[in-house]
Design a protein around this ligand. Structure first.
Ligand code: GUN
Length: 291
């Protein structure tokens, strides 16, 4: 069994971007600028956005963190996005999800200029992705593809089983793995909460992507010997022994599943850091596309 080290791979990608930014500066060109919008006080969202902003500053990107009260109206948020769309210095816009209940995800995502939609959530980018055209690819599935690429895993002809059909992870992952690309060229099964006998599908997977948000859901009996297991879950469980007050758990029962796998991502240190690396790549691309 080999660990797919997202921490290390993300570091390599970010170091590469750092060199590219230094190059832009020597050429007198503009540095990439990401605007991150964070609404309310969701602890996990605050941590994720802080990590994204920190990655920007390490690489040499400019970033703007816009923190808003939970009570902000949908119209005010749409106006703010319109201002960011119009700001020629801003290359990428990210609105951290989930949003407060009174704000429609759909309206907010649609308000972002597709050329600045570094999250790849806008229907234009999703549509382009489905058609195999150049597009911003959502950061988590994009990061998983980069991780498979880094470890030179030849996925061609494999059966990929994805558990979870979210717009952020499962669905775009199914499109990417089924594409005529390398990695890619998989036969994909997309499972979800209504799938009958889910364990029987999981057992057929050469690549199993767990993205359902249920801690330690995937157990050893659900995994084929030699499978590649990608754990997207990151749930905070109360743990008084930790300084933070919580422990992180993936969707995979790592201890019992790892010995059966050919490759597996740990939590933390697997998919999470790759999501940041992919977002940084998207932000760099948004800036390059302009030049
Ligand atoms: N919430 C969970 N994952 C993501 C992500 O990749 N982007 C944004 N904007 N919000 C998220």
């Amino acid at each position: 069994m080999q660990i797919l080290d997202g921490q290390l791979t993300s570091r390599l990608i970010r170091d590469e971007l750092k060199l590219k930014v230094a190059q832009l500066i020597t050429e007198g060109k503009k540095t990439p600028h990401l605007a991150a919008v964070l609404i309310g006080n969701n602890g996990a969202s605050e941590t994720y956005v802080a990590a994204k902003v920190k990655a920007c500053s390490e690489i040499g990107f400019k970033s703007s963190l816009i923190k808003l009260e939970d009570s902000i109206s949908e119209n005010k948020l749409i106006q703010l996005i319109a201002d960011l769309n119009a700001d020629i210095d801003v290359d990428g816009i990210l609105v951290q999800l989930p949003l407060p209940k009174h704000i429609s995800d759909e309206k907010i995502i649609n308000a972002i200029d597709p050329s600045k939609d570094v999250d790849g959530f806008h229907p234009i980018n999703i549509g382009r992705l489905v058609q195999g055209l150049p597009a911003f690819v959502p950061a988590t599935p994009h990061g998983i593809m980069l991780l498979l690429e880094h470890y030179r895993i030849d996925t061609s002809g494999m059966h990929a089983v994805i558990v979870g059909r979210s717009n952020i992870v499962g669905r775009p992952m199914s499109i990417l793995l089924s594409g005529n690309t390398n990695p890619g060229n998989c036969t994909v099964t997309l499972c979800h909460s209504r799938t009958r006998d889910l364990p029987s599908f999981c057992r057929q997977a050469d690549i199993l992507v767990a993205a359902l948000g249920k801690p330690e859901f995937v157990t050893a009996d659900m995994v084929k010997p030699g499978a590649i297991v990608i754990d997207v879950g990151i749930t905070r469980l109360p743990d008084a022994s930790k300084k933070s007050g919580f422990a992180l758990r993936g969707d995979v029962h790592f201890q019992e599943v790892a010995p059966k796998c050919s490759f597996i991502t740990p939590v933390p240190g697997g998919v999470g850091p790759m999501t940041i690396a992919a977002l940084m790549k998207n932000t760099f691309a948004a800036c390059s596309n302009k030049n």
